[in-house]
Design a protein around this ligand. Structure first.
Ligand code: GDP
Length: 365
């Protein structure tokens, strides 16, 4: 519709020309680079070796990234950091949700940092919604460490295959060590398979338990107990001291039934309270004794070498699977094969052989 103001014969109020308004969109916006350019591997490594947390965080983000060009750069950074890594105590910490891992890591961490040095807290939790990129979540879980200048807290790489998530954490360990972190904690929730992955990247595996109603040993996977170098019963405070001690006795007798460990170390069972900070030096004394023991008998180096071999095969497995499943042609054939198998048109073996043959024919020859 016509506006009467625009008519030449209109005698009413008119709008005088005023000050020229600046454009509402910044004209220089386009000229600014949209994203920070990727740093080179040497720049990152230089920063990491100086202990620069920004460089370390950027490198960890690259390790966690799914982008193809990030992968190559991340691998180059890891390769360059490898000669500077290895000089740390790697400690795995597991326990069911509510066992008190966050509370305990906070106090264990502060205890360790009193000796000087630096601490990195990493996590493996492929299933978790909680840790999906939620740095804030993790920082509030460990209040004191979060503000400690010598602590670096990094949540679990976001949900993905366990193998992928675990490999990223393992690579992050290398970066942290190169940046001078001489204590590494790797936390995992003690309910799934992630313990095996954590066990394969740490020197000492600590299982946090709590005294509860009924049989203490129920619901605990035997495998997890077998992996533990130390079992600690948390919340041994107030009225809970008695039940905690009872649980301690039960775990001790259960451990007697297990075969001797490869390290020759006899796993110990202690009680403590993370919340009231009771028994913390004793837990740490156990861990110190373990390190002295395995360094003296050579198991420390043997285990690290075996872990390196394990990771080589893990990485090969993961990359082979990824190469296979990421192939769009294979994905289409798999969908068809799956439908055939579900409809009972073909046997699972014939369908699998078909898809695999196609893969090998097209990729390997
Ligand atoms: P996480 O899920 O294993 O990380 O466990 P949290 O550290 O979040 O602890 C779970 C709950 O147990 C919280 O409410 C803590 O305050 C409580 N808690 C942790 N450690 C202790 C302890 O030593 N004694 C008591 N009484 N409560 C504790």
């Amino acid at each position: 519709m016509e506006h009467p103001e625009n008519d030449d014969k209109y005698t009413g109020l008119t709008v005088n020309s005023g000050v020229v308004q600046p454009p509402s969109v910044n004209p220089y916006l386009n000229k600014r680079p949209r994203r920070k350019p990727l740093p080179t591997a040497s720049e990152l490594v230089e920063g990491i070796l100086k202990g620069d947390v920004t460089a370390l965080s950027r490198a960890v983000t690259l390790v966690e990234s799914l982008a193809h060009d990030h992968y190559a750069l991340a691998q180059e950074v890891i390769d360059k950091c490898l000669p500077h890594s290895g000089n740390s105590r790697r400690i795995g910490i597991t326990g069911v949700p509510g066992a008190g891992k966050s509370t305990s890591i906070d106090v264990f961490g502060l205890h360790v940092l009193r000796e000087g040095g630096k601490l990195a807290v990493l996590a493996i939790d492929p299933s978790s919604e909680r840790t999906k990129g939620s740095i804030l979540g993790d920082k509030t879980r460990m209040e004191k460490l979060a503000v400690h200048p010598s602590a670096f807290i990094r949540p679990s790489p976001s949900a993905g295959s366990l193998g992928g998530v675990a490999r990223k954490t393992r690579e992050t360990i290398v970066l942290c060590e190169a940046a001078g972190y001489n204590n590494i904690f790797v936390e995992t929730v003690g309910v799934g398979q992630s313990e095996t992955a954590v066990h394969s990247m740490v020197d000492f595996f600590l299982l946090i338990q709590i005294a509860g109603a009924g049989d203490e040993l129920q619901g605990i996977k035997r495998g997890i107990m077998e992996m533990a170098d130390g079992i600690v019963i948390n919340k041994a405070d107030g009225d809970n001291i008695g039940p905690a001690q009872l649980a301690q006795a039960q775990f001790r007798s259960a451990l007697h039934l297990f075969p001797p460990t490869a390290s020759g170390w006899r796993p110990e069972v202690l009680t403590y309270s993370g919340y009231y900070e009771l028994g913390i030096p004793e837990v740490w004394d156990m861990i110190d004794r373990y390190f002295a023991f395995v360094k003296a008998n050579g198991y420390f180096d043997t285990k690290r070498r075996e872990q390196a071999r394990w990771w080589m095969y893990e990485t090969i497995d993961e990359q082979l699977r990824k190469h296979f499943y990421d192939n769009p042609d294979i994905a289409a054939r798999l969908a068809a094969a799956e439908a055939d198998v579900l409809a009972n048109h073909r046997s699972s073996f014939a369908a699998a052989a078909d898809v695999l043959n196609h893969y090998f024919d097209s990729k390997m020859l």
